[in-house]
Write a protein that binds this ligand. Structure first.
Ligand SMILES: [Zn+2]
Length: 119
């Protein structure tokens, strides 16, 4: 199966309402340990029939986690591009950001009045 994690998860969900446990026969399981870039160590149990994916989302932080403890997958870049306002909000208190936003609005308005088209 080439579907990766989602396909595996889908098959687990679709296997039955409560899986084999309800029928009193626990399916054989294999425990697979995944490591994420934050150093979390997560043991995921898979059916022995399942194809163990190379990566799994870390249950603790959501980063992709891999099988190699020495070489965890890098955290994905959250946003390749941030607006100036987002940057300001992140780096400054809300109060400061408000002032800066206000200044920006004033600047936009004054530019509009002077005939410069912004948008
Ligand atoms: Zn993690």
């Amino acid at each position: 199966m080439a579907g990766g994690g989602n396909a595996i998860r889908g098959s687990r969900v679709g296997a039955g309402p409560m899986g084999e446990a309800e029928r009193g026969e626990a399916a054989p399981r294999q425990a697979v340990t995944y490591f994420c870039a934050h150093g979390h160590r997560s043991v995921i149990a898979f059916s022995v029939d399942a194809v163990v994916p190379d990566s799994w989302d870390c249950p603790k932080c959501g980063l992709p986690a891999g099988l190699d403890s020495e070489n965890a997958p890098p955290a994905p870049k959250i946003e390749p591009y941030k607006t100036h306002l987002a940057y300001v909000k992140e780096r400054r208190s809300d109060k400061e950001a408000e002032v800066i936003l206000d200044e920006a609005i004033q600047l936009l308005r004054s530019r509009r009045k002077s005939g410069e088209i912004i948008f």
